[in-house]
Design a protein around this ligand. Structure first.
Ligand code: SF4
Ligand code: SF4
Length: 102
């Protein structure tokens, strides 16, 4: 069965969403809209940046833990690690050991 081409790490819990639109204003790709008082996601526009997750005041946006979809033996999984990530570890930790841990 082909994988969902628009699978995203974030999801919205409509039971918690209060329709405040903070996420809509924060989204850089205009992937979010509020319809009938609830945030909705246009999966064709979302780039999984996480900005909406950070600004939601009631934690209605969460990271979906569908690990079978994220870690699939039929797909290549790529992690783009920013350079500053390595700088937060104590001196003496090699770049390779941090990459191995990831
Ligand atoms: S993860 Fe980023 S691109 Fe996707 S809906 Fe949230 S703010 Fe928009
Ligand atoms: S920021 Fe949170 S509560 Fe506000 S509209 Fe978006 S998902 Fe709903």
């Amino acid at each position: 069965m082909p994988a969902d081409p628009f699978f995203h790490a974030i999801a919205i819990d409509e039971d918690i969403c209060i329709g405040c639109s903070h996420c809509v204003k924060a989204c850089p790709t205009e992937a979010l809209r509020v319809w009938n008082g609830k945030a909705t996601l246009d999966e064709t526009k979302c780039v999984d940046c996480g900005d909406c997750y950070r600004v939601c005041p009631v934690k209605a946006i969460y990271v979906a833990e569908k690990k079978k979809q994220i870690i699939s033996p039929t797909h290549w999984n790529v992690a783009l690690v920013p350079a500053v990530f390595f700088g937060q570890f104590h001196y003496g930790k090699s770049r390779n050991s941090i990459c191995d841990a990831i």
